[in-house]
Write a protein that binds this ligand. Structure first.
Ligand SMILES: NC(=O)c1ccc[n+]([C@@H]2O[C@H](COP(=O)([O-])OP(=O)(O)OC[C@H]3O[C@@H](n4cnc5c(N)ncnc54)[C@H](O)[C@@H]3O)[C@@H](O)[C@H]2O)c1
Length: 309
């Protein structure tokens, strides 16, 4: 059995990763989460060890890292706008939290450290498709904190031989994302509430939507590989907001589809970002296969079931 500690394991990506690891088998999972967003109940019938606590608590993470083989670090302050309003909190959670965890892993001789990072927020307005060789230029405190975390991961690999991989997730969507404010979750919640959908600009903005099961499978592959450094994980496919809406119109019953309102574009919003995933494909066989329409349909069905529950 491989012992895996997942920080932020009650969050959207965490609960799906736990399911993916359990489906593969051979992992003994423990979770650290301060339940500021995801909560213990979101894990369902999880039978591993759950610890309510904060990743910035050095004494606690020292204790938890002992005897662990792999750490998957997902816990973070994830909201870009809030990070601009309160950069200090974001710095504490994301930079100090990552640093304390790396220290604990170094002392405990952990053999693998996987860190959740982001392409969009780190690279800013870079020309698409983005890739790992571009010069980072964060536009928010959130992006800066993730870049700092990547820097510490790189340093802990080089200085202390702790194999760290920073995985830059694109726009992740899928079941169990109810508390998220990303576009798929937000639109599906508004559709269910009968509220109009608001699009800022003409809907031509481009994103890279990656289905959660493809991401979780990619994280498992990264855990099992010996890759270090940064890797973009996306679908590797550009999709405009209007194309996403067209798919939602196919998936959602016509009578449930609310009106769509176009408002003027928001200042500072990146227009186009999607990523080249060749490096992750070559390094650990990352292979996202879910068609956007299938992923949106699964997500819609989960949201409908949740509402019915
Ligand atoms: N979802 C995406 O599209 C996306 C894209 C790029 C990067 N990421 C990164 O992936 C990771 C997971 O994202 P998610 O979508 O699951 O987010 P999420 O907000 O659903 O989950 C984060 C979890 O971490 C916990 N947490 C927050 N601060 C903590 C702290 N200081 N100590 C302990 N627990 C804490 C929260 O309670 C929550 O359960 C984050 O690091 C995020 O920045 C996500």
């Amino acid at each position: 059995m491989k012992k895996v500690l997942i920080t932020g394991g009650c969050g959207f990506i965490g609960v799906n990763l736990v399911r993916a690891l359990n489906a593969v088998g051979g992992y003994e999972i423990s979770i650290l989460d301060n339940e500021s967003l995801g909560v213990r109940a979101d894990l369902g019938n999880f039978d591993g060890k759950f610890v309510h606590g904060d990743v910035t608590d050095l004494a606690l993470v020292r204790k938890l890292a002992k005897g662990v083989d792999v750490v998957v670090h997902l816990a973070a302050h994830t909201r870009v706008i809030e990070s601009i309003e309160n950069p200090a909190q974001n710095f504490t959670d994301n930079v100090i939290g990552t640093f304390h965890l790396l220290e604990a892993c170094r002392e405990a001789n952990v053999i693998r450290f996987i860190s959740a990072s982001t392409g969009g927020a780190i690279l800013g307005d870079a020309p698409a498709p983005v890739h790992e060789e571009l010069v980072p230029q964060p536009l928010s405190a959130y992006g800066a904190s993730k870049l700092a975390a990547e820097g510490y991961c790189s340093a802990y690999t080089a200085s202390y031989g702790l194999p760290c991989a920073s995985l830059r997730f694109s726009n992740i969507y899928g079941p169990r994302s109810y508390h998220k404010d990303s576009v798929v979750a937000r639109f599906l919640k508004r559709i269910l509430a009968g509220q109009e959908l608001v699009i800022y600009g003409d809907g031509s903005q481009i994103r890279d939507y990656l289905y959660i099961d493809d991401l979780a499978a990619g994280i498992v592959k990264a855990i099992e590989s010996d890759c270090v450094g940064t890797y973009q994980l996306g679908a590797g496919r550009p999709t405009t907001l209007n194309e996403l809406l067209d798919i939602m119109k196919e998936v959602v019953p016509a009578e449930k589809m609310p009106p769509i309102q176009y408002k003027s574009a928001r200042k500072g919003e990146v227009h186009t970002t999607w990523c080249n995933i060749s490096k992750a494909k070559d390094a650990f066989g990352f292979d996202p296969t879910t068609e956007l329409a299938d992923g949106v349909r699964n997500t819609w069905n989960w949201f409908v079931d949740r509402q019915g529950a």
